[in-house]
Write a new protein. Structure first.
Length: 131
């Protein structure tokens, strides 16, 4: 179904209408329909809780999270896409934070078109073209 809800930290679902989305600066979570949708929802909630408590500056920059059985895509407010394997999502967030800390003197996360965290022991990025 296409029901839209706010989900609080206790996993309580609060029905909303689309007009109210603009009044609350929270990430939108899109869960792909599949046989694993319940598991994907749990992964998404765990991910949001982790980012909210351990990486607040990223939480404040998230516009949307899309989740499928094989891929999580985080889209920042400036449209940077961050690709994560759902099976190692929390480790990938730690890797993203380390990456951000290593570049913060000369770049920001949003200076990238995408950041791919799907590969073990490497980060693949594409920088934005600023003309």
């Amino acid at each position: 179904d296409n029901k839209q809800n706010f989900i609080d930290i206790e996993n309580t679902h609060i029905p909303i209408n689309t007009k109210s989305l603009n009044n609350f600066p929270v990430p939108i979570i899109n869960i792909q329909k599949s046989n694993f949708a319940h598991n994907q929802k749990n992964i998404a909630i765990s991910l949001i809780k982790y980012i909210l408590t351990d990486y607040r500056e990223m939480y404040d920059n998230i516009s949307e999270i899309s989740i499928s059985p094989s891929l999580i895509t985080i889209i920042t407010d400036q449209k940077t896409k961050i690709f994560i394997d759902p099976n190692i999502a929390l480790n990938s967030i730690d890797k993203l934070r380390e990456f951000e800390n290593s570049i913060k003197k000369f770049k920001k996360i949003d200076d990238h078109q995408y950041i791919n965290l799907l590969y073990e022991k490497q980060i693949v990025v594409k920088e934005r073209d600023y003309l």
